[in-house]
Design a protein around this ligand. Structure first.
Ligand code: 3H9
Length: 721
């Protein structure tokens, strides 16, 4: 006989239905867009486990499923991390999670995790405690342990269960990178037992649960990788794996992030012990890490970037228009990247260039990129064909009228862009957004050529488009709110994190980059070696130093951008003539294999090109400590960021942190320039800038807003103080 046991209405995050010996445990937190493991959910799940433990209604098997489409469990409730005041608070949270999942794992009945949507962090840890795991093939299904990205380690048993299930190398790779796998890749890794289409998930999971109860089936996961690998059980092999992993972490992070190193320690020490002892080590590490400044900054990055993605910050209530087709004008490297990224998100794309060869080349570049992604995602043949067919090349404006959004990515020249805007407008009607992927030209200037200036907006992608997560959306004074909302929606749809800024030279990202790059050139002029400058900044946490960045961006591009910025902000951004001299010497950076550094035939950087010092007329004999280099370079950028907020270029400090981290690689563990000011203290930042101003002049003059904040003792994020 079927029974339906409802939970009290006030506590409806989890409820259980029992029918014919099968319990279906359904999660659906009404207060949240996603299911999270909050203190409340732990309590409710605990009560359900009590009932199952007591053998309620002859339950023989259970299925754990979510009623929220596209979300299984997104992990621990990161909001609750803000309440961790001491390591003991966080350790207690970890222990609560571990205890719940150990109870789930040790139930006498089999439990099948039926996963559709994100199973991340504590979500995947929950699945690991189940007997059998089935995932859907939906693109929303993602499995991973992304805790290191929040400055912590998995705290609900993941550090111990995952290596025991899939082997050391696979587990370390997943936990150190935080990478997220879709159902098929998770099955290949040995995490998932079965992948099914979403509509049949519950039916399959229910059948499997009963088969497991009847011992007609056993879990398969873990086996495909042959794990735990026999070789990995040998002590020398293990030592080698850990030492390589440690080396990799140090190379990547310079030891600036405590979580990955601590993770390696917890896994290594826990592996030889009983799993419960491993849990002890894990809880302690979780507790200590969760209250570090690095973890606090990374949690800030999570919330600010999510908010930037979800909130266009428009007060008018203007609605975004749905986008299913875009047209890209200019099939160069950027245009092809924009086309590929859009197609990957399910959008049809017209990719136009003037000459058929150029359009064909753009198509090839876009398709190569899509094919690589399809391979990584293990798409089936028909899915790949469908994906590639989404990009159509053209030399005409045909088919443009069906696009809701146009992105022009032609050469950075005002007259050319003006002409292209007019041609586009002749081909499309009212209601089509006209976006320009310019990185330097004011959007208001571009709009001058438009018959519908309110439709014109900047949509600034970063290179390579497929990899860089930021899109800077630039509105000019006349941009209509629906245009802003639609562009924001488009950026989000293609998986980017957008920030919306007001039109101004360099917008936000290049504006704060310019004084930083100019300062690096001045340091070279003062005789500091290029590697010393680069190393100082990678040690500070940037992925590459500014001199390497010159080579990557292209010296000619940097020269052009530098001129525009120095014209606009003559008092602060007067560039040294070093870049001019290098360009005159035929050095364009990586693209022609000749820049500050040397490049091998394979395009890899081989070392500093000593002849550069001859070109710039300085023997590079001056030694400055890392601290001085870091202070000059970091503070000049941070100060400029504050100015952009003060001038209204940025709409919020939140966007400023997101833009600097995702657009430039400002060290995430420092939380972005504004978070950095808060953590360092505005008064201290002001004092250091004043000292630099005294030594080096007006380019270090503190932003008036900093002076005000120091005086009034205010912060950018007072709620997180
Ligand atoms: C962990 O699990 C530790 C354990 O090992 C230890 C336990 C003891 N918490 O991104 P979206 C909110 S650490 C709180 O726009 P999507 C988010 O802020 C955790 N809130 O949706 C947003 O709020 P709002 C490890 C969360 O569909 C809303 O949900 N897990 C959480 O584009 C919608 O989010 C992770 O690091 C959370 N865990 O993407 C996963 N997750 O509406 C973090 C989401 O107010 N989450 N919110 O703006 C994600 O990666 C994405 O949110 C997800 C959905 C892929 C799940």
């Amino acid at each position: 006989m079927a029974t339906m046991l409802e939970e009290p209405a006030t506590r409806a995050a989890v409820h259980m239905e029992i029918e014919d010996g099968l319990a279906v445990i359904r999660m659906n937190d009404p207060a949240r867009p996603v299911n999270v493991i909050s203190a409340g959910l732990i309590e409710e799940m605990g009560e359900i486990i009590d009932r199952l433990d007591a053998g309620e209604d002859g339950v023989r098997a259970a299925v754990l499923i979510s009623d929220k489409r596209g979300s299984w469990i997104a992990g621990a409730d990161i909001e609750e991390f803000k309440n961790f005041n001491t390591p003991a608070d966080a350790e207690a949270a970890s222990r609560a999670g571990q205890t719940l999942l150990t109870r789930l794992e040790r139930l006498r009945i089999p439990v099948v995790a039926a996963i559709d949507g994100a199973a991340l962090g504590g979500g995947l840890e929950t699945a690991l405690a189940c007997t059998y795991r089935i995932a859907t093939d939906s693109p929303k299904t993602k499995l991973g342990l992304p805790e290191v990205n929040l400055g912590i380690v998995p705290g609900a048993g993941g550090t111990q269960r995952l290596p025991r299930l899939v082997g050391l190398r696979t587990a370390l790779d997943l936990m150190l990178t935080g990478k997220q796998l879709d159902g098929r890749r998770a099955m290949k890794a040995g995490i998932i037992d079965e992948v099914v289409p979403a509509p049949v998930l519950l039916a399959v999971a229910s059948r499997v649960a009963m088969e497991l109860a009847d011992r007609k089936k056993t879990p398969k996961s873990g086996r495909s990788t042959g794990s735990p690998d026999r070789l990995e059980r040998l002590a020398p092999m293990r030592r080698l794996i850990f030492s390589k992993a440690r080396q990799g972490v140090m190379e990547k992070t310079h030891g600036l992030y405590p979580a990955p190193l601590r993770l390696l320690q917890v896994v290594e020490r826990g592996l030889d012990k009983h799993i419960d002892q491993g849990f002890e080590l894990e809880a302690k590490a979780f507790g200590e890490l969760a209250v570090t400044p690095e973890a606090r900054s990374l949690v800030h990055v999570f919330f600010t970037s999510t908010a930037a993605k979800n909130d266009p910050g428009l007060t008018s209530g203007a609605k975004a228009r749905d986008i299913d087709q875009v047209a890209v004008v200019g099939a160069g490297f950027m245009g092809a990247g924009i086309a590929a990224t859009s197609a990957e998100a399910g959008i049809r794309v017209r990719l136009k260039d003037v000459k058929p060869e150029a359009a064909a080349k753009g198509l090839r570049t876009a398709r190569e990129s899509l094919s690589k992604r399809a391979k990584r995602k293990r798409l089936r043949k028909f899915e790949v064909t469908k994906l590639l067919d989404r990009v159509q090349p053209t030399t005409e404006y045909t088919g443009f009228h069906a696009s809701q959004m146009i992105v022009e990515a032609v050469f950075e020249e005002v007259s050319l862009k003006h002409r292209v805007i007019q041609e586009i407008e002749a081909a499309v009607g009212e209601g089509t957004v006209l976006g320009s992927n310019t990185s330097t030209i004011p959007i208001a200037k571009l709009a001058e050529a438009s018959a519908r200036p309110d439709h014109v907006i900047g949509v600034h992608f970063f290179s390579p488009v497929e990899k860089m997560p930021l899109v800077e959306i630039i509105t000019h004074a006349g941009t209509a709110d629906w245009v802003t909302a639609t562009t924001h929606g488009y950026a989000k749809k293609i998986g980017k994190t957008p920030i919306i800024v007001n039109d101004s030279p360099g917008f936000y990202v290049n504006r704060i980059l310019a004084p930083y790059m100019a300062e690096a050139a001045l340091l070279l002029q003062e005789g500091v070696r290029m590697e010393a400058i680069d190393e100082a900044m990678t040690e500070w946490g940037f992925p590459v130093g500014p001199i390497t960045l010159y080579d990557e961006v292209g010296l000619d591009v940097a020269q052009k951008a530098g001129k525009i910025m120095s014209e606009a902000f003559a008092d602060r951004m007067k560039p040294s003539d070093i870049v001019d001299r290098l360009v005159a010497d035929g050095r364009l950076g990586r693209k022609n294999g000749k820049g500050f550094y040397r490049f091998g035939d394979d395009g890899k950087k081989t070392g500093p090109d000593e002849s550069v010092y001859g070109v710039i007329g300085n023997p590079a004999a001056r030694e400055l400590g890392d601290e001085e280099l870091q202070e000059r370079l970091a503070l000049i950028m941070v100060n400029e960021a504050v100015r952009t907020l003060e001038e209204g270029v940025l709409r919020s400090a939140r966007d400023g942190d997101v833009g600097a981290i995702f657009g430039i690689g400002f060290p995430p563990f420092r939380g972005g320039p504004f978070w950095f000011v808060d953590r360092t203290g505005p008064a201290r930042v002001l004092e250091r800038l004043r000292a630099l101003e005294q030594r080096f002049g007006a380019r270090f003059a503190p932003a008036p807003l900093l002076e005000k904040m120091a005086r009034d003792k205010t912060l950018f994020f007072p709620e997180d103080a």
